[in-house]
Design a protein around this ligand. Structure first.
Ligand code: GUN
Length: 291
């Protein structure tokens, strides 16, 4: 029986530390501000930005939200970005991904002022992270690091296998964990859709991170006894519930849990950490800009 890593509890600790930092900023006359921008009306994205706004309110960050019509041309979104870059009350902001097909998200990211890019997606911030000089660590990888730390999981010398090479999770997490700094010092294997004998790579892991977006993909045959299993997946699957769906991870929890030494649940594992680290980056942005 594995220890269940409680993301809600670790996130709550991080949020209470942030509340202290926010009070210190308030004493100096500054209130951190975070803006969310949503282009279009994707229901999952709406849920995510609503949660981010609620989080802001709860910890004392000033939340701003801007909706951009899904049919608008890219210039309209760029104008919103330019105005946020110039707005001194907004210390950090993000454009929720995905954007409509006629908009190139890479162009969008490049337009965001790097010092306000609390997602850590701008090429300057990606470059700094890879160079071992991160300004903003992307929220999910940073949340995974904090979860491992809070659960006393040693990364130094550990074999970490990450399944998924996304720009948001797999690649930045691999870069962080392999570094000397950041308490990483791990040996990292990054797997993806063309990886041969995936199960051999996942079975060699001391720490297995699933970040592919495929429901229940990691089963018990892919996990060795005693592995720490971190499930980044949040997949909506049809279910006979009030909302018509339920959230499941990339890991088949019931099958894998008996073999793991520690495991994150979905929901209540990595998800709350991602949200907490966005607040963390916003407070960091405000401290730099107001400092
Ligand atoms: N869509 C899904 N995850 C994210 C995220 O971390 N940031 C942004 N901007 N959009 C997302």
């Amino acid at each position: 029986m594995a220890e269940h890593i409680d993301g809600n509890a670790v996130a709550a600790e991080i949020r209470s530390e942030l509340e202290g930092a926010i009070e210190t900023l308030a004493d100096a006359g500054a209130r951190p501000g975070l803006a969310t921008v949503l282009m279009g009306d994707d229901p999952a994205s709406q849920t995510y930005v609503n949660m981010k706004q609620r989080d802001c309110e709860e910890v004392g960050i000033e939340g701003h939200h801007i909706d951009v019509d899904g049919d608008a041309d890219p210039e309209t979104l760029y104008e919103t970005i330019d105005s946020l870059n110039a707005d001194d009350d907004v210390h950090g902001y993000l454009v929720q991904d995905p954007v409509p097909d006629h908009v190139d998200y890479r162009e969008v990211i490049r337009r965001i002022a790097p010092e306000k890019d609390v997602d850590g997606f701008h090429p300057e911030n990606v470059g700094r992270l890879v160079a071992g000089d991160a300004r903003f660590r992307p929220c999910t990888p940073h949340g995974v690091q904090k979860l491992l730390e809070a659960s006393d999981v040693e990364t130094e010398g550990a074999d970490v296998t990450i399944v998924g090479r996304s720009r948001i999770v797999g690649k930045p997490l691999a870069n962080l964990l392999v570094q000397k700094a950041d308490d990483g010092n791990a040996t990292v294997t990054v797997c993806h859709s063309r990886t041969e004998d995936l199960a051999a790579k996942t079975r060699q892991a001391d720490i297995l991170v699933a970040a592919v977006g495929v429901p229940n993909m990691i089963d018990e045959s892919m996990v060795s006894d005693g592995t720490v299993v971190i499930d980044v997946g949040i997949n909506r699957v049809d279910a006979d519930t009030e909302k018509g769906y339920e959230l499941v991870g990339d890991v088949d929890f019931d099958a894998v849990e008996p073999k793991a030494s520690k495991i994150t649940p979905v929901p209540g594992g990595v998800g709350p950490m991602t949200r907490a680290m966005l607040l963390y980056n916003t407070v960091k942005a405000a401290s730099i800009q107001e400092g």
